[in-house]
Design a protein. Structure first.
Length: 309
């Protein structure tokens, strides 16, 4: 009886408190309480993104986390895994035919590929990672799926499904067991998700690849196609403003990795930086257009300060 009365009193107290402070204020208070982090002041005052994680590349030690195990949508940071698979399973100098999969979907980011073009795989990887081309993602996925399966006559949708299975298998090998991927680019799908911690594991695997590190640290790139009736030239600019000295968000030592955005995922960034032989990987998920860059700057500065102590 006493326990029931105590519970009743608690419920009444909560109701009164909500009425006193207002629903909006109460929502903010509750949001503050439920955040999982190892540094609450830093998480709440400096990191706008809903989820984040920071890791020392050398030791694998997590230096900071915020809601790092919460299920999130990765948007185009998905392309880190797509690039990793292409590098591991493909030949950088092999020619890849661009098909109808390059026809744009409404509102997506594109590299400007046109059906009938032929590019080296290395060119398509730059088209994937710098301007975040969904067209390049589909072309790469179909090519790798056909090569690995030995069935180069697969229909595009079947090939992309096959590639998604390769993605899921590779993610699990990296230790990312709370993720599921259904496409190579990150356009929204409720069944396409990850966590900040899982994405950290995938990015950690990717940066072990020297060619991957070179690609994501490239500011500008020009690709030359064959096929059709004439050669085409495409120029790509890296969307990662941490790398761009005149962007207003430049970070000294930044050397990667990948941006992402959809309405559902918000603004996402997987970033890396190296100073004095120390390297960091920082992940911010579901931030805002401006704050994603500030969040990432704050994380990287926090990390280098921690490593210097």
């Amino acid at each position: 009886m006493k326990q029931k009365f105590a519970l009743f009193v608690c419920i009444v107290a909560v109701v009164l408190l909500v009425n006193m402070v207002g629903k909006d204020q109460w929502s903010r208070v509750w949001g503050h309480v439920k955040v999982q982090t190892n540094n609450r002041q830093f998480a709440m005052n400096e990191i706008r993104g809903e989820a984040a994680i920071l890791m020392d590349q050398r030791t694998g030690k997590v230096l900071f986390y915020k809601n790092d195990k919460e299920r999130m949508y990765p948007a185009s940071t998905t392309k880190i895994l797509t690039a990793l698979l292409a590098l591991e399973l493909g030949d950088l100098d092999e020619m890849v035919q661009v098909g109808e999969e390059a026809v744009p979907h409404p509102g997506e980011s594109r590299a400007g590929l046109v059906p009938g073009q032929q590019f080296k795989l290395i060119d398509l990887l730059h088209a994937l990672m710098l301007p975040s081309g969904n067209d390049a993602a589909r072309t790469i996925a179909i090519h790798i799926a056909g090569k690995v399966s030995g069935r180069e006559d697969m229909e595009p949708d079947e090939a992309i499904d096959y590639f998604a299975q390769l993605m899921n298998n590779r993610a699990k090998q990296a230790g990312a067991k709370q993720s599921h991927f259904v496409n190579p680019h990150g356009l929204h799908d409720e069944n396409h998700y990850t966590t900040a911690r899982d994405l950290m594991m995938i990015a950690s695997e990717a940066i072990k690849n020297e060619q991957f590190r070179k690609i994501v640290n490239t500011g500008q790139y020009t690709a030359y196609s064959k096929g059709r009736n004439h050669a085409d030239t495409l120029s790509f600019t890296n969307t990662n403003q941490l790398l761009q000295r005149n962007s207003g968000y430049y970070f000294e030592g930044a050397d990667g990795i990948k941006t992402g955005f959809t309405d559902q995922a918000g603004y996402c960034l997987v970033s890396s930086a190296t100073r004095y032989n120390a390297g960091l990987i920082a992940i911010v998920l579901k931030s805002t257009n401006d704050e994603v860059w500030r969040d990432s700057n704050h994380l990287l500065e926090y990390g280098f300060k921690a490593l210097s102590q």
